[in-house]
Design a protein around this ligand. Structure first.
Ligand code: SF4
Length: 66
């Protein structure tokens, strides 16, 4: 399963990723976004969020052991 990560140093807390793909992204207590495992059904939305993040803070990685 792919995993989304957010670079907290870049995130500007706009909330877009959590709006576009709430299955994967949420805003933490610091209001920086948190990523997590990306279910297959949420992959397209996660890719949209990654592409649209205004500061390029989102990355997707693959862990074949998941
Ligand atoms: S879209 Fe990017 S900048 Fe906005 S909350 Fe998500 S990770 Fe942060």
């Amino acid at each position: 399963m792919k995993r989304a990560s957010v670079d907290a140093a870049l995130c500007v807390s706009c909330g877009m990723c959590a709006d576009v793909c709430p299955e994967v992204f949420s805003l933490g207590e610091s209001h920086r976004a948190n990523g997590g495992p990306v279910p297959e059904a949420a992959l397209a939305a996660a890719l949209d969020a990654m592409a649209d993040c205004p500061v390029g803070a989102i990355a997707l990685s693959t862990n074949d052991e998941d």
